[in-house]
Design a protein around this ligand. Structure first.
Ligand SMILES: C[S@@+](CC[C@H](N)C(=O)[O-])C[C@H]1O[C@@H](n2cnc3c(N)ncnc32)[C@H](O)[C@@H]1O
Length: 271
């Protein structure tokens, strides 16, 4: 991943980089990231003065907000492919029978190559990679891409999931529409997966703290229709769009079929 995006393109938040007190390794990482992202590096003693920080800690790179918009309490967010909840979903989430797997075209003996054009915190990518698909994750927010990069690095050092990370997951930072329009590779992905940010009023998204924080940084993905148009031209076999239950289609095109879940659905477009 090559960050290097000017700070004024990062988000509506003004953000600085810092590190946990007492570690030279974390200090060096924070300094390098600040340089790469053209952001200020703040010493631990000054952290109190900032509302929004990206901090290298013993648990990885974290977004730290002084006040969550909903709870008004301090809140942190980081990418953890080793978390208990992901571990549980990887082991007991239904395997190739789960809705996500069926939507992208996983079948016994078939593992499509996947471009996740809205990587976010990488949860869906990771689950698909753990089912055996080769997944390329694309994320346009430099902050989220930095969190993903850090999460991948830490997970690659774990005995349990390092093979999934090193063999099946690749991260690219950038805009997916630009990527799909300008990529001339012969080997295009079988499936393109799209999970743009839900419309603001959706209760389900607002109640999930992680996605609420992500929204603070990336907004509402109001240009998501362009993703579908580009994806339908670029995918070899299918495009899958995750939508909230009851949300309108992303564009005027109708999906070939729909997989319904409790609060959301997958619209599946066959090529
Ligand atoms: C709802 S989140 C995706 C959550 C993800 N499925 C997960 O499992 O964590 C949507 C993400 O898509 C990203 N995104 C939206 N449009 C994009 C585009 N054109 N190119 C790259 N990333 C995009 C946003 O920055 C945001 O991080």
């Amino acid at each position: 991943m090559k960050p290097g995006t000017p700070s004024n393109m990062l988000s509506k938040h003004s953000i600085a980089i810092s590190h946990q007190k007492g570690s030279t390794v974390l200090l060096l990482k924070a300094e390098a990231l600040a340089k790469n992202m053209h952001l200020s590096h703040v010493l631990p003693a000054k952290q109190e003065e900032f509302n929004t920080l990206l901090v290298y800690t013993e648990n990885g790179l974290q977004i730290q907000l002084k006040h969550d918009n909903k709870t008004r309490k301090p809140v942190t967010l980081h990418v953890d492919f080793l978390s208990e909840s992901l571990n549980y979903r990887r082991r007991y989430g239904g395997g190739i029978k789960q809705a996500l797997a069926r939507a992208v075209g996983i079948k016994p003996g078939i593992r499509p190559t996947i471009l996740d054009a809205t990587a976010g915190l990488g949860t869906d990518s990771f689950l698909l990679a753990s089912l055996g698909c080769k997944v390329t994750m694309l994320e346009r927010s430099p902050i989220l891409a930095a969190l993903l990069h850090d999460g991948l690095e830490r997970a690659a050092a774990s005995h349990e999931i390092k093979d999934i990370i090193t063999h099946n997951l690749t991260l690219v930072q950038g805009d997916s529409v630009t990527f799909m329009i300008s990529d001339t590779k012969d080997k295009k992905p079988d499936t393109i997966y799209l999970d743009p940010m839900y419309p603001h009023s959706r209760k389900s998204a607002l109640n999930k703290q992680d996605m609420r924080i992500v929204r603070e940084f990336v907004g509402d993905d109001t240009d998501a229709d362009k993703l579908l148009v580009a994806a339908i031209r670029y995918a070899q076999k299918r495009v899958v769009v995750k939508r909230p239950k009851g949300a309108p289609l992303l564009t005027g095109d109708s999906p070939a079929h729909v997989i319904k879940m409790k609060n959301s659905r997958y619209d599946v477009y066959m090529i």
